[in-house]
Design a protein around this ligand. Structure first.
Ligand code: SF4
Ligand code: SF4
Length: 384
């Protein structure tokens, strides 16, 4: 797919891929059954066989320039049909984890994918920082709890305990910083995928709507004929809609969302929608993984657990917070609020730029580059 590029074997690559979960890659004997089985594989962009070969040979540079691993939606069909039990579906998943770690310029993602200690440690550290923000400084007289008015200890006054304008500013700073970090990683991915392809900028511009459409709908997933593909696609779309809704509420509309009165509000309605959808989708993902319900759930890397667990706990503590707040229980409200943030903030800070969440941007970007390259080859007769 990136003809003309000089590629060198990377001796450390296989070690890193195994840490990311591609344990069966060496069993592959290149029969190509998997590529023939996959409903999404095309002549222009074949997978997963070429990626299995590149992975076995340690061709890291070739894989960095290949959108192939991101075109797979892990339906598991190829793994079921593989005569060598080389698990190509899981290898593609492991490649996506590995590539995520390579796009991240800070190196934190690579540390987290290589080591459970780092992944859990970083999450725990951010969580601890949130708890300390509310508790430890109080003893020095300048913490958030110390600023709560005496009335706030008799009746729930979330705005006194955690002033909305302060939380809103912190949310905005966090969202902008994480967005910039993620975009800088996505820019590295884009550079890797387009290096060596001589495609004019107008070709990329013309296909931009596709990037947005794929990002929102993940519509290629529906083309998998595997039994559970449509269900999994729908669950993913709902999860993204719930996540997007609550993210918009707390980053853009917080002054209308975190208000003291308990009357009807449109923001409250959206909050309920988001909570129900996140509880259901994250909960059912976890149940599927626990039961190893399909081929795609047979193997779970630590990162496959952490994101849905954090998402579920964020939604759960969010609705719990709402209940105790409605019941006018000041200290339980403030305590659950702190716990809620101690779960939600690490999920955002760690998972968005460095972890599993990032695939929401990387996958549509790879689909976009692959589509542009295919179209350009068709239009110009050039090999992109
Ligand atoms: S992964 Fe399995 S099906 Fe695919 S080429 Fe290798 S041995 Fe054949
Ligand atoms: S897991 Fe499904 S989508 Fe991915 S390569 Fe295999 S058959 Fe194709």
């Amino acid at each position: 797919m990136n003809g003309g590029l000089l590629v060198q074997p990377d001796t450390r690559f296989l070690q890193d891929l195994l840490a990311a979960g591609g344990g069966d890659v060496k069993k592959c004997y290149q029969c190509a059954t998997c590529a023939a089985t996959c409903d999404l594989s095309t002549v222009a962009a074949p997978f997963p066989r070429p990626q299995m070969l590149a992975a076995q040979w340690g061709l890291r540079d070739k894989l960095l320039a290949d959108p192939g691993p991101w075109l797979c939606f892990y339906c598991g069909e190829c793994s079921q049909r593989c005569p060598r039990k080389a698990n190509p579906g899981e290898t593609m998943m492991a490649l996506r984890r590995y590539l995520t770690s390579q796009y991240d310029w800070t190196g934190l993602s690579a540390l987290m994918y290589r080591s459970a200690f780092w992944e859990l440690g970083v999450l725990a550290l951010v969580s601890l920082a949130v708890v300390l923000l509310f508790t430890l400084p109080q003893s020095f007289g300048f913490g958030l709890l110390a600023h709560a008015s005496p009335d706030a200890l008799r009746t729930v006054m979330l705005g006194s305990f955690a002033p909305t304008h302060v939380v809103h500013l912190a949310d905005t700073i966090l969202a902008v910083s994480l967005g910039l970090l993620l975009l800088s990683n996505a820019a590295r991915m884009f550079r890797s995928l387009t290096r060596g392809r001589e495609i004019p900028a107008r070709q990329y511009l013309r296909a931009l709507p596709r990037l947005v459409a794929d990002g929102i709908t993940q519509r290629r997933w529906r083309d998998c004929r595997e039994d559970d593909a449509r269900r999994n696609w729908l669950r993913h779309v709902l999860l993204v809609s719930g996540y997007g809704t609550i993210f918009t509420l707390v980053v853009v509309f917080l002054p209308w969302f975190q208000v003291e009165d308990s009357g009807f509000r449109w923001t409250g309605l959206l909050g309920y929608y988001s909570t129900v959808v996140l509880l259901w989708s994250a909960g059912s993902i976890l149940i599927d993984r626990l039961r190893k319900r399909t081929e795609a759930h047979r193997f779970s890397h630590l990162s496959d657990w952490l994101f849905p667990i954090l998402l579920f706990l964020t939604a759960f503590t969010g609705i719990l917070l709402h209940i105790v707040r409605m019941a006018n229980q000041p200290m339980p409200t403030y305590t659950i609020y702190m716990i809620h943030l101690a779960v939600a903030v690490p999920m955002l800070v760690v998972e968005v730029p460095f972890g599993k969440w990032a695939h929401l941007l990387y996958r549509p970007l790879a689909l976009y580059v692959a589509a542009v390259a295919t179209e350009w080859e068709g239009v110009s007769g050039h090999k992109a």
